[in-house]
Design a binder for this molecule. Structure first.
Ligand code: NAP
Length: 292
């Protein structure tokens, strides 16, 4: 297929690379200059990338970025043909997604929201899980592309339901990690061996895939970004906004949001969200020691 891929960040670059490897014809664009992807054309604007495309796949930071790359002066919609499909794998607002889809539909363009889970390693290995919102027909048409990048597609419902599900899932992720970080901080003050604590967690019902993945990084105090703190913080704000719109109280998440605010003030936005542990350690007067 002829695909325009917009956004070559931590997730977008490996996703686009896998589409090229699967034999698709890609035209890629990124806001700031990035290295070329072998086998892909490098476009000068989203409109340039989209001019021959059947599918425009987006993976950019946030709602404003999606609006810019689709509806901006040099946005993809300027050159898209009727019947083309826009697929958005960024994590953005479900209500903005509904508005974007309506604007695209007015021009005869389909919109599929397809946010992902699996992080950088899942994108590199083609093991992403897509949670998808939109109509059956374009989603079925996209099947070979989903297969090139992921291991599972769950069709959550109509437009915006993929984004809604993604926020509900990341809500749990933020709280699971905070639970681990608090337990890990207390355990250090109590003199519990970190390796033994992890052995216990992994052998017990408390075990979680998220912590299995993060724990080795935490033990090394390696906070190089897989999922940058600024992006989890953005997601927390999206969750709190939809909760407010729907009159739902999320007291634990409100507290976690404060931790992200303070971590951001520390200048940790571009570190992995696992770095929020450092704030708890700082409050507890712990000098972290990287374990082997
Ligand atoms: P990232 O590495 O920060 O990349 C963000 C991308 O968005 C870059 O290409 C950036 O361009 C572009 N961008 C930002 N603002 C823009 C704007 N105003 N106009 C046009 N482009 C803009 O982020 P990522 O980790 O790839 O995440 C991308 C999306 O996937 C986010 O919505 C994130 O929440 C979601 N996600 C991430 C993960 C993960 O583990 N990392 C997992 C699941 C979902 P520049 O290079 O010019 O800055």
């Amino acid at each position: 297929m002829r695909i325009a891929f917009l956004g070559l960040g931590i997730m977008g670059r490996p996703m686009a690379t896998r589409l090229v490897a699967a034999g698709h014809e890609l035209s890629v664009w990124n806001r700031t200059a990035r290295q070329h992807i072998d086998g892909a054309n490098t476009a000068v604007s989203p409109a340039d990338a989209a001019k021959e495309a059947e599918v425009v796949w987006i993976c950019v930071a946030d709602t404003a970025a999606v609006e810019r790359v689709v509806f901006g002066d040099d946005g993809a919609l300027q050159s898209l043909h009727e019947g083309a499909i826009v697929v958005d794998s960024s994590t953005i607002s479900p209500s903005a997604t509904a508005r974007f889809a309506e604007r695209a539909n007015e021009r005869g363009v389909h919109w599929v929201d397809a946010p992902v889970t699996g992080s950088k390693i899942g994108a590199e290995n083609g093991q992403l899980i897509f949670m998808v919102g939109g109509a059956n027909e374009p989603i079925e048409y996209l099947d070979p592309l989903f297969k090139a990048m992921g291991k599972l597609v769950i069709h959550m419902g109509g437009t915006g339901k993929g984004q809604a599900a993604k926020l509900c899932m990341n809500l749990q992720l933020a709280l699971i990690y905070e639970g681990f970080a608090e337990a890990f901080t207390l355990s250090q003050k109590l003199g519990v061996d970190s390796h033994k604590l992890l052995e216990l967690i992994q052998a017990s019902m408390v075990r979680s895939g998220a912590i299995d993945y993060k724990a080795p990084f935490v033990m090394r105090r390696d906070y190089s970004p897989n999922f940058p703190l600024r992006l989890m913080h953005k997601d927390i704000h999206l969750m709190l906004d939809v909760a407010k719109e729907n009159r739902v109280k999320l007291p634990a998440l409100e507290t976690v949001d404060e931790i992200y605010e303070l971590s951001s003030e520390e200048g940790w936005d571009d570190l992995d969200y696992a770095a929020t542990l450092s704030l708890l350690e700082k409050w507890a007067g712990i000098t972290p020691k990287a374990a082997k």
